[in-house]
Write a protein that binds this ligand. Sequence first.
Ligand SMILES: NC(=O)C1=CN([C@@H]2O[C@H](COP(=O)(O)OP(=O)(O)OC[C@H]3O[C@@H](n4cnc5c(N)ncnc54)[C@H](OP(=O)(O)O)[C@@H]3O)[C@@H](O)[C@H]2O)C=CC1
Ligand SMILES: O=C(O)[C@@H]1CCC=N1
Length: 386
Amino acid sequence: MAPPHTGHPLVTHEEHRPPPTETPPADPVVFAEVRWRRAPMRRFRLKSRIGGRTMDIAMLGVGHLGEAVLAGLLDSGLPISQIWATALPEQRAAALADRYGVEVSTDNRSAVTEADLVLLSVPPVAVAPLLKAIGPDLEPDATVVSLAAGVPLSTLASSVPKGVHVARAMTNIAARARQAATALCAPEGTDLTELEDLFDRVGVTVTVDESLMDLVTAVAGSGPAFLFSLADALTTAAVDGGMEPEAARVLVDQMLLGACLHLQSSDEAPAAILERIATPGGTTRAALDVLRAGHASGTVKAAVQAATARGHALSGDDRPEPDTPAGPDHHERSAVSPDSPGSAGSAGSAGSESSGGSAGAKGSAGSLGAADSGGSEPGDIDSDHF
Ligand SMILES: NC(=O)C1=CN([C@@H]2O[C@H](COP(=O)(O)OP(=O)(O)OC[C@H]3O[C@@H](n4cnc5c(N)ncnc54)[C@H](OP(=O)(O)O)[C@@H]3O)[C@@H](O)[C@H]2O)C=CC1
Ligand SMILES: O=C(O)[C@@H]1CCC=N1
């Protein structure tokens, strides 16, 4: 087990280095000795300042998302000495410590001792019990940030000692590549500068009203899964058509990356950009016609609605969840578990059991006015472009 967190770990190996002298001696060995004697140890914290101050951060429950955020933060220059992480089980904690060089234990209470900021990336059902367990060890002015879907601020606030600040952050797996889309919310009047600084390190951050968090979770938190489904389907189609899997993967990955960069760099709406590709009478139009016949646009909207409703349900809001489409290519999380064999199951333990659902997203597609299943004329791209 990693050693307990006993004090403010503010100095990294890099920070231990003394500042350069003006005229270094010729002999590098002597130079090193002289430097250490002459220059007292100084702390350089610039890289690690968040919102204008240096912070200790506890990251509790580093699983799939937590690891992405951890990796992104470290890649952004946040010193390892400022992060105290926990993970389950013990083997995963050890593996993470090896991989990233940070302190990782299974002891949540030790990890939060003296932490200014506590990030929770445990399953939604684990959030409140965990907060109650660590409550006595939280600093009186600490900020607790839940990354969990569907756990309201009211639950966070009622699970921590008075004076401890709470916030929610909905981010995504692209934090690892420092390209996450993060939405923050907090009780009215909260200064979110420090949290914005932190999440800006791993992507782009916006602040929203809490009433939008379940929708944001669907679009930004689950959103990457939509694109990965598309990537999977495109790659499979390419391989089925005769391409080598590696080549198909390279092409699809690069196509998605290029398309996203193009979208981001353009002032035009996606539907307008799309028109530039769909040459009248050409191949794209033929493909879009098939997508339109399959109500693809309506299905995407229904998927967002289902994810949003699931967020409502996780937060205790008893509005009924819509039926979710469950097709033959539905993937279970268990196929992609990280180190811990048990961690795949935690999605289930989080109360995310299938919301059932037969084929369909009934009514949703139709409600978009999407379903003109007939083919369209070349160049006939309306607001329901597929
Ligand atoms: N995955 C994603 O892309 C996103 C996830 N989220 C949110 O992030 C959270 C984590 O999701 P995800 O990473 O997918 O899930 P994981 O199951 O991969 O990660 C959660 C981790 O927390 C561990 N854990 C559970 N209870 C405790 C505890 N009391 N103390 C310490 N560790 C604990 C779990 O261990 P064990 O498995 O052994 O129980 C697991 O390793 C969820 O709340 C989810 O809503 C939000 C946005 C995106
Ligand atoms: O699937 C989930 O519940 C989490 C929240 C958003 C992405 N993953």
